[in-house]
Design a protein around this ligand. Structure first.
Ligand code: ARG
Length: 462
């Protein structure tokens, strides 16, 4: 009968219940947030005259002692304490006596856990955006080197139009920038303090929520206590934000896997970020991007898990909510290591512009340019131009020659209106550089885009 809540019980909890009910083996991750929250709560109670100055000092010393014990590994995490909140409070009371029992005045574990978990999520929002900006920088540095390196732009994984590799990487910079913004907007929306909501309805004690909010680094105080102790949308937001980010990471990973295959040969991942086969001595496997792609599924699982936990809960706190943490911890750890290793893999990979160029010479990438030529230079309606170009492509196929290399005489045979200056239009580099519309692939446009992202990263750093 050593439970903090055992007053109304006559039989001790079964050890099976202890094991089933406990969160202490995973919520200890929040020990820092929990102790900081308690320190601030105690200081407010003292300021409001609810605790004496002496009690406040004892609590402060005691909490620092507990923190030390946790950090040195001395602290005994016991399943029978149920969760970290009670584990810490119990140890505090063992250390300082009666004053420890006063700490929980005007507070419930319901607002306490909401404070701890929210602050953890907010902190990780920051950590992840920082790591995202570093990943962006690594991508940018490669992109800047390759604003005239031709690569086949694809749709349906089929050769479509020539683009440059810097432009291709620029697409990922755009995605990761939006990811950063998504984390930032979640941060702003959720940066409000639950402390003082108590169990669900507030407290009759004369507390000061503004002060505790400020001391804990929140922008303000939550509006409705019932909502604050029960909702977990801040946790769902980080799961969604990580999921979306991982989806982008997974798409890039998929391309790295393709690009490092013999069929593409566009990049070679560094040995430091590749693995071998236990049976085939010649192999070099792209395990890093493959695992990134795989871990994306696991993060989606955590998002779906918490959405499902939350969907049928009546107001306010329900124990189901305790299931909110492990998925978030796991997703955050996955995000952190994923961002780090992807950044390193990108920094250390070798780009193979010659293979990219060769790939551009297959699949008639400048076909659209021939159609555009027919429209622009010959005044032929686009539909008809499309048809004529189709015939030119068929001729190329028949000759086994790419449209960018076809001899003028064959084109003239197809349509008299085609003049010799067409050859310039069919040149792959010309084709890439012709796409000068805003956001287009032309080298000059690509450079502008990369400058935009470079400025964004610079501003982010400040
Ligand atoms: N361990 C609990 C959780 O993680 C803390 C809140 C418990 N509150 C309660 N009334 N049982 O959700």
């Amino acid at each position: 009968m050593d439970k903090m809540w055992s007053g109304r019980f006559s039989t001790a909890a079964s050890s099976l219940l202890d094991e089933f009910n406990a969160s202490i083996m995973f919520d200890r991750e929040l020990y820092m947030e929990d102790i900081e929250g308690s320190l601030v709560h105690a200081s407010m109670l003292a300021k409001q005259g609810i605790l004496t100055h002496e009690e406040f000092e004892q609590i402060t010393d005691g909490l620092h002692q507990v923190k030390k014990e946790i950090e040195s590994g001395e602290f005994e995490w016991k399943i029978s304490d149920e969760d970290l909140h009670m584990g810490i409070e119990k140890r505090l009371t063992a250390l300082i006596g009666d004053a420890g029992k006063k700490l929980h005045t005007a507070r419930s574990r319901n607002d306490q856990v909401a404070v701890d978990f929210r602050r953890y999520v907010l902190k990780k929002n920051r950590v992840i955006t920082q790591a995202l900006s570093e990943l962006m920088e690594a991508i940018l540095n490669v992109a800047k080197e390759h604003t005239s390196t031709l690569i086949p732009g694809m749709t349906h994984l089929q050769h479509a139009q020539p683009i440059n590799f810097g432009f291709h990487l620029g697409a990922y910079l755009a995605m990761f920038k939006r990811d950063i913004e998504r984390f930032q907007s979640s941060y702003q929306r959720n940066n409000i303090s639950p402390l003082g909501c108590a169990a669900l309805a507030g407290t009759p004690h004369n507390i000061d929520r503004k002060t505790t909010a400020e001391l804990l680094g929140f922008d303000g105080v939550s509006v409705n206590c019932l909502d604050t102790v029960s909702d977990r949308d801040f946790a769902l937001e980080i799961l969604f934000n990580i999921s979306t980010m991982m989806m982008h990471i997974s798409r890039l990973s998929e391309e790295l896997i393709l690009w490092s295959s013999y069929e593409f040969g566009f990049v070679e991942l560094s040995d430091a970020y590749s693995t071998g086969s236990s049976i085939m001595p010649q192999k070099k496997n792209p395990d890093v991007p493959e695992l990134l792609r795989g871990k994306t599924g696991r993060v989606y699982g955590s998002l779906m898990g918490l959405l499902t936990v939350m969907k049928g809960l009546p107001l306010a706190y329900n124990k189901d909510t305790q299931e909110d943490k492990e998925g978030v911890f796991d997703a955050v750890k996955t995000a952190e290591i994923s961002l780090e290793i992807l950044k390193e893999a990108i920094k250390t990979m070798t780009i193979k512009p010659r293979n990219m160029q060769k790939a551009c010479e297959i699949g008639h990438l400048s076909a659209t340019d021939l159609a555009d030529y027919l429209v622009e230079k010959c005044g032929i309606p686009f539909r008809e131009a499309h048809f004529i170009t189709g015939r030119a492509v068929a001729k190329g196929e028949e000759l086994g020659v790419d449209l960018s290399k076809i001899e003028y005489k064959y084109l003239k045979e197809i349509d008299e209106r085609i003049k010799e200056d067409v050859l310039e239009y069919l040149d792959l580099r010309y084709s890439m550089d012709a796409r000068v519309s805003e956001g287009g692939t032309a080298t000059q446009r690509t450079k502008e885009q990369l400058e935009y992202f470079e400025n964004y990263i610079k501003e982010f750093k400040q």
